[in-house]
Write a protein that binds this ligand. Structure first.
Ligand SMILES: *Cc1c(COP(=O)(O)O)cnc(C)c1O
Length: 364
């Protein structure tokens, strides 16, 4: 078979090549590699797209999470509730600040944090909840916001996988007190290297984030706080600024492909949408009982697939202290979940081969 990419970044580049090459050249010729006009312009476009007052570009989704936690003043011995079924960065940054991630289970409908299970995890030390928008669909952030307001704890959205999704017309990264996203190359809006952003309607939070990501500096060589270098490269901002214009069109294409998968795949559990929610399908992930067999057959035909994620964070060696707790939905899902090829540039013929192959082997 011809080359079959999991996410077709090459076809995407070919499509926008002229504009992207020009944007990169302009940064190089300006020699403004850090900060400058292009970064300010990108941050303004980002804030407008999401519908928030402030968007702050930063060096990755991971540093966005770290900056959000720092801006909220999370410190040693504080507790932060996070789902176990996520990429490690969500909980890792909590631990890096010497606070304690408290792992919640997910629900088996949209694979997001199980809202009913968090009440009993809240105590006097709880300072925040990080709600992850898994595979491209937000959890019910309006309900979670009310819950957090009532308990006087902060809500952070980890929207690394959901940039462009919405809940009742409100965009991902616009509902929580502070939101984070990633522009890792394979995310729905991907840079050509590492990049991320933090969002908030609160100017004080945004100013703190800007200070922390630039060594706590308030004026040149005047350092008010201990921060780090978490800045977004201007070249990445320029590339993202071009790609942002085409994001909605790409999301539309991804949804059409997800529809085609949904209508034709048999003997698997399909991804589901809550009423009033959209997904950007950062991953199109199904559940199958005989996952090993399915992967073996896909591999033999040169069809790429991926497991997001094979092990809940509460069972990772890095979180050894938590290895005794049991989170049944996370444990079940990590055995059955399988992500299929998905991008706005996925060929019709490739979609058909995926469907035919899966339908021949998958068992519920
Ligand atoms: C990708 C991802 C991150 C980390 O983003 P990076 O840009 O790779 O640092 C964090 N959380 C989730 C849920 C992710 O999918």
């Amino acid at each position: 078979m011809d080359d079959f990419p999991f996410i077709d970044l090459k076809a995407q580049y070919e499509t926008y090549k002229e504009e992207i090459d020009l944007a990169i050249r302009e940064v190089i010729e300006s020699t403004s590699f850090i900060g400058g006009k292009k970064l300010i312009e990108f941050e303004r476009n980002l804030a407008n797209y999401v519908g928030v007052k402030e968007a702050v570009g930063c060096s990755s989704g991971t540093s966005a999470l770290l900056l959000a936690l720092m801006a909220l003043g999370i410190k040693e011995d504080d507790e932060v509730i996070v789902p176990s079924f996520t990429f490690i960065a969500t909980a890792e940054m909590v631990s890096l600040l010497k606070a304690r991630p408290v792992f919640a289970d997910i629900n088996l409908f949209d694979y997001n944090i199980d809202i009913n299970s968090i009440e009993c995890l809240v105590n006097d030390k709880t300072k925040a909840i990080i709600a992850v928008s898994m595979f491209g669909q937000m959890p019910d952030l309006e309900t979670l916001s009310k819950f957090c307001n009532d308990k006087n704890i902060a809500l952070i959205e980890d929207g690394a996988q959901s940039f462009g999704a919405n809940q009742n017309g409100k965009k991902s990264c616009s509902i929580a007190q502070i939101s984070c996203t990633s522009f890792f190359p394979s995310k729905p809006l991907g840079a050509y290297g590492d990049a991320g952003a933090v969002f908030s309607d609160d100017e004080n939070i945004a100013n703190l984030v800007r200070t922390y990501l630039n060594h706590g500096q308030i004026e040149r060589y005047k350092h008010k706080l201990i921060g780090f270098n978490g800045r977004l490269d201007t070249i990445q901002a320029a590339i993202l600024n071009v790609k942002l214009k085409y994001l909605n069109k790409e999301i539309e294409k991804r949804c059409q492909i997800a529809d085609f998968y949904n209508k034709n795949l048999k003997n698997v559990i399909l991804p589901q949408l809550k009423e009033g929610f959209t997904s950007v399908y950062a991953q199109y992930s199904i559940r199958v009982k005989n996952r090993d067999d399915v992967i073996r057959v896909l591999d033999s035909k040169g069809i790429p697939s991926a497991i997001h994620y094979p092990l809940g964070l509460h069972l990772q060696e890095a979180f050894l202290d938590y290895n005794t707790i049991s989170l049944p939905n996370t444990e079940l899902l990590s055995k059955e979940i399988l992500s299929l090829p998905m991008s706005a540039f996925l060929k019709q013929s490739h979609q058909e081969i995926v469907i035919e192959t899966i339908n021949n082997i998958a068992r519920i």
